[in-house]
Write a protein that binds this ligand. Structure first.
Ligand SMILES: NC(=O)c1ccc[n+]([C@@H]2O[C@H](COP(=O)([O-])OP(=O)(O)OC[C@H]3O[C@@H](n4cnc5c(N)ncnc54)[C@H](O)[C@@H]3O)[C@@H](O)[C@H]2O)c1
Length: 329
C-alpha cells in the first residue's frame, strides 16, 4: 500500500537524529547549519556533552560555509527518550553503531514511535536496508541515506531503499537531502559498500597490497593520490578524467586504444572483459555526463579548477604556517 508522506520535503522543520557519535553528531551540525530544528537522542550517559562540543567545534566551519537563515546552535534539543525524540519529527536520521541486530531493533523501535508518513534514513556504511528493515511494522518508509565523514562538510549522500521500502520514500528522502544542501545519488539497486566507498575501497586495498609487498610506502601512496589523481577527481571523477585522456576521440578512443592494458598487472583488481557492449555503454554514459561540452571546453574547465584547488591549498598552507608563527623571512 502506498503511504502518503506526512509532509513535503520543502516543509520539513524538525529532524530527529538518533545516535549522536561521529556521524550522528556531524548530521546534527549539518542540519542545524541548514536552519532546521534538531532533536537528538543517544543512550550514552555523556552523549549530550559530547554532541554539544562536536557542534561547537563544527560551527566555525559551518559559518565559513554560510549558515542558512535562522540557523542556530540553540535549535538543538537533546531528548530524554527515543520516543520523545521522534514524536514531532518530519524526518529521522539514524546513526547508531554498525551492528545488524542493533540496527534492526532500533529501526523497528523508531518506526513504532514515529508518526505515519515520516521517512527514516539510515547512515549505515555496510548493511543493506533489506537486512535492516526486517523487524519494522512499516518497513516501507525506511531507506539508507549514507553520508561521508564529516556529514557537515562532505556533500555526498547515497540513497537506496530495501526490498520492502517503497519508491515514494526513496524519492522523498532524495529530495529532502537535496533541499538540505547535499549532493544526492539515488541508487537503483542495493550494492554492498554503495558507490563512493567501493571506489575508495579498491584504492585502499591496492594501497595495503603495495605496503604489504614493500612496493610503495605510505608516504609515496598518499603523495601519489594528493598530488596526482586526487586533484582531478575532486571535479571530474575517474570517467570524465579518462574521457580527456582519450583526447579528441574521448572515451571511445581511450577504450579502443588503452583497452588491452586492462590485462596488464597495473592493479590486483581484475578488470571486466571489455566487450563491445561495455565499451558502448561507457561511451554513451560518458557522453551524457559530458553533455555536449567539447574537449577544449573540458580542458579549460579542468585547468581552471585544478589551479583553483592548488591555489586554495597553498593559501591554507600559508595561513597555517602563519598561525604556527612561521612568518616569511
Ligand atoms: N565513521 C564514519 O566514517 C562513517 C561514515 C559513514 C557512515 N557511517 C555509519 O554511521 C553510523 C554511526 O557510526 P559512527 O562512526 O558515528 O559511530 P560512533 O560509535 O561514533 O557513534 C555511534 C553512537 O550511537 C550511540 N548508540 C549506541 N547504542 C545506540 C542505540 N541503541 N540507539 C541509538 N544510538 C546508540 C553511541 O552512544 C554513539 O554515540 C554507522 O552505521 C556507520 O557505519 C560511519
Amino acid at each position: 500500500m502506498t503511504k502518503i508522506a506526512k509532509t513535503s520535503p520543502e516543509s520539513v522543520r524538525t529532524v530527529a537524529c538518533i545516535g549522536a557519535g561521529v556521524i550522528g553528531g556531524g548530521w546534527v551540525a549539518h542540519f542545524l547549519g541548514r536552519g532546521y530544528q534538531v532533536v537528538a537522542w543517544d543512550p550514552a550517559p555523556d552523549a549530550e556533552q559530547k554532541l554539544r562540543s562536536l557542534v561547537d567545534s563544527a560551527w566555525p566551519a559551518l559559518e565559513r560555509l554560510g549558515l542558512a537563515e535562522g540557523a542556530s546552535k540553540d535549535n538543538l534539543t537533546v531528548a530524554p527518550t527515543l520516543a520523545e525524540a521522534v514524536a514531532g519529527a518530519d524526518f529521522v536520521q539514524e546513526s547508531a553503531p554498525e551492528r545488524l541486530d542493533l540496527k534492526a531493533d532500533l529501526l523497528a523501535e523508531i518506526d513504532a514511535a514515529l508518526p505515519e508518513g515520516v521517512v527514516v534514513g539510515s547512515s549505515t556504511s555496510g548493511y543493506s536496508m533489506s537486512e535492516m528493515q526486517v523487524k519494522a511494522a512499516d518497513p516501507s518508509r525506511l531507506v539508507v541515506g549514507h553520508p561521508f565523514n564529516p556529514p557537515y562538510l562532505v556533500p555526498l549522500v547515497e540513497v537506496v531503499g530495501g526490498e520492502k521500502s517503497e519508491q515514494w520514500a526513496v524519492d522523498w528522502a532524495s529530495e529532502f537531502y537535496r533541499l538540505a544542501g547535499k549532493s544526492v545519488i539515488t541508487m537503483d539497486q542495493e550494492l554492498p559498500g554503495f558507490i563512493g566507498n567501493r571506489i575508495q575501497e579498491a584504492a585502499w586495498r591496492e594501497a595495503l597490497h603495495m605496503v604489504a609487498e614493500g612496493e610503495a610506502t605510505v608516504a609515496q601512496i598518499d603523495q601519489a593520490m594528493t598530488d596526482g589523481p586526487g586533484l582531478r577527481w575532486a571535479f571530474h571523477g575517474p570517467c570524465t578524467t579518462f574521457h580527456l585522456a582519450g583526447g579528441e576521440g574521448g572515451m571511445a578512443h581511450m577504450l579502443d586504444h588503452f583497452g588491452p592494458s586492462l590485462k596488464a598487472p597495473w592493479t590486483r583488481l581484475e578488470a571486466p572483459e571489455l566487450t563491445t557492449e561495455l565499451r558502448d555503454r561507457m561511451v554513451e554514459q560518458t557522453d551524457e555526463v559530458v553533455d555536449g561540452r567539447s574537449t577544449a571546453e573540458l580542458i579549460a574547465q579542468r585547468d581552471r579548477r585544478m589551479i583553483a584547488i592548488m591555489r586554495a591549498l597553498e593559501e591554507v598552507e600559508r595561513e597555517e604556517a602563519a598561525e604556527r608563527g612561521e612568518g616569511q623571512a
